[in-house]
Design a protein around this ligand. Structure first.
Ligand code: SF4
Ligand code: SF4
Length: 259
């Protein structure tokens, strides 16, 4: 075996290239010194994440205000981190024919433990009614471990203008199928009348009446991109800034022994 002289695979860059080769790596550093600064001033300035970013979950509503969640627990079974706890209940057990959601069942208890959640999105794939989706909200912080368990009230989508707060009867002449198909696009006159009779002080009545009378456009359910101001963390931060203390968040029901 003969000793062959070393031949580099890359061709030589010439005498000038060889001269600056030891410091060529500094070229990246040097050129970066003249680029604009991109430091994000969070939390003073909030930057929108990418549209497909998986953030906090949201429980959606139909256009008349009824909840989409039917308490089926499929999301809880799909969750690899065991982060979701659901207890369903029968709408038939509610008084005066009122419903929380169309059909037989609704989610009476709904909790997501954000100390466990890995934001994989398997739960939203499993949901048969598109009740559960994920927003772009990334401000997930809590004052203690219990505060990181988000309850149904923390996850429910806010009522859009013109929606009628649940519970109330389903739109007359419909089944859950019409709801799933998107054929219920606003509260009906009968639903408004029912709420006026049972909850005359309901703050959503006025806007819903305008929709029924044709004085306002039908509500547009908010499905995605909840941002900032509605989050637990934002509320706690705002209260800390205004009153010098952090709010004590309600203790969730963990009586089933799950941490
Ligand atoms: S995103 Fe993944 S880990 Fe989080 S609750 Fe859904 S299924 Fe569980
Ligand atoms: S969020 Fe969807 S999958 Fe989970 S219990 Fe409700 S309807 Fe079922």
């Amino acid at each position: 075996m003969t000793d062959k002289p070393y031949e580099p695979l890359r061709p030589s860059k010439g005498p000038l290239g060889d001269l600056f080769a030891p410091v060529a790596g500094f070229g990246v550093t040097f050129s970066s010194m003249f680029r604009p600064t991109v430091t994000e001033q969070y939390p003073r300035t909030k930057t929108a994440p990418q549209r497909r970013y998986h953030g906090r979950h949201q429980l959606n509503r139909y256009a008349d205000g009824l909840e989409k969640c039917i308490g089926c627990e499929l999301c809880a079974w799909a969750c690899p981190a065991d982060a979701i706890y659901v207890e369903g209940a029968d709408n038939a057990e509610l008084p005066d024919g009122e419903h929380m959601s169309p059909g037989e069942r609704y989610g009476r208890v709904y909790q997501i433990n954000y100390l466990r959640c890995i934001f994989c999105g398997l739960c939203i794939e499993a949901c048969p009614t598109r009740a559960l989706t994920m927003t772009n909200d990334y401000e997930l912080a809590g004052p203690d471990r219990a505060g990181m368990i988000y309850e149904k009230k923390d996850l429910l989508a806010p009522l859009a203008e013109g929606m009628l707060a649940a519970p109330h009867p389903m739109a007359e002449g419909t089944t859950d199928t019409e709801y799933y198909r998107g054929e219920v696009t606003a509260p009906t006159a009968e639903q408004v009348a029912w709420v006026r009779e049972h909850r005359p002080d309901d703050p959503t009545l006025g806007a819903a009446e305008k929709v029924v009378e044709g004085d306002a456009a039908p509500p547009t359910p908010r499905r995605h991109r909840l941002r900032g101001s509605a989050t637990k963390a934002a509320v706690a931060t705002r209260q800390a800034a205004e009153g010098g203390h952090v709010a004590t968040l309600p203790t969730p029901d963990v009586s089933d022994g799950r941490p």
